[in-house]
Design a protein around this ligand. Sequence first.
Ligand SMILES: [Mg+2]
Length: 440
Amino acid sequence: MAKDLANWAKKDGVKYFMVSFTDLFGGQRAKLVPTEAIKDMQADGAGFAGFATWLDMTPAHPDMLAVPDPNSVIQLPWKPDVAWVAANCVMEGEDVAQAPRNVLRRLVGEASAEGMRVKTGIEAEFFLLTPDGSRISDEYDTAEKPCYDQQAVMRRYDVIAEICDYMLALGWGPYQNDHEDANGQFEMNFEFDDALATADKHSFFKFMTKSIAEKHGLRATFMPKPVEGLTGNGCHAHISVWDKAGKKNIFATTKGTGQTGELGLSEQGAHFLGGIMKHASALAAITNPTVNSYKRINAPRTTSGATWAPNTVTWTGNNRTHMVRVPGPGRFELRLPDGAVNPYLLQAVIIAAGLDGVRTKADPGKRHDIDMYAEGHKVKGAPKLPLNMLDALREYDKDKGLKAAMGDEFSAAYLKMKHQEWNSFTAHFSDWEKANTLDI
Ligand SMILES: [Mg+2]
């Protein structure tokens, strides 16, 4: 039986609930509901005007209700009076088809009907900046190769350890934290989980990291390329698929059965990967959703020597220069997504592309065990990833299979909103064009 939020709140001293949903642009929207009112809200949902968020609605639409999913509730470790709960968007008794958490729930259900349980872990990199976002907060963090910098990570110990302590208390199984490849950049890793649980944790992690950074007088950003010339914020996803009970990794070859999958990836695992490869260019519209995303992929070499982001649709073994890396048996890492990715749509598009791969027995193609940054020109025929957001949206629009798998209503709403965003960007007058055109 579902957790009764009113009783749970009483036990844990919670005074307010943030009933939260995520819109198409990844914005988290919430109402603060006093515990006295949560009983009715749990049953009926909190009311929102959908048009006021990025969900492709008009002011004439009826009330949208955000119905809390009690399985997702988290008491804020830094403000225990308040609990955050992810909600599902409903309108006139029906799930709102384009709402990201609903898109993911539907795809999780489809995978489950075919005996598959997708589990993922994410690596949500972020920068710690000054509060106005103008520069890296630590003025001493200037090394040319700052990755794993011992001094620099300790100068931000108070922020990192506070977040990690909270993840420990929440039972997320955090296991390592480090300074990443750009000045001012960090990564914190926690255990993988079912796709929906990971999406909720990913959302909460962003909220928590921004909140704790603010508390310490800093600003955390997941922006794909917040500082020109430095490595950007990736959000790599480690993907495996398990049987329905979640006990057996069906991506892994089984010892003693004569299975001889490439790099320990089973036939099913290879087909799932095949689906990701087949839809990669279209998938970028979801995994790399902003104008700024394309400053991370397709970027020139950074000051540290590598961008750590892919340009081309290729895969390999334990080698970080490709779009997909198979670091060990039974899982693979998709290195395409960036920090702007919508946590729910990330998981949804992985499942949509992967399921199509399994259904159509897609072939991931030849693997390339080379340094793609140095020798990429030797690979013939591998598609290049989209060069900008408009190209990615066009690729997505062309990919009828992926559009249908993500849901026609979702795809239409997403393309419409994102094209509007692109138009707003191109209508924006930039310093670059003045500098390059004034004297023409
Ligand atoms: Mg990293």
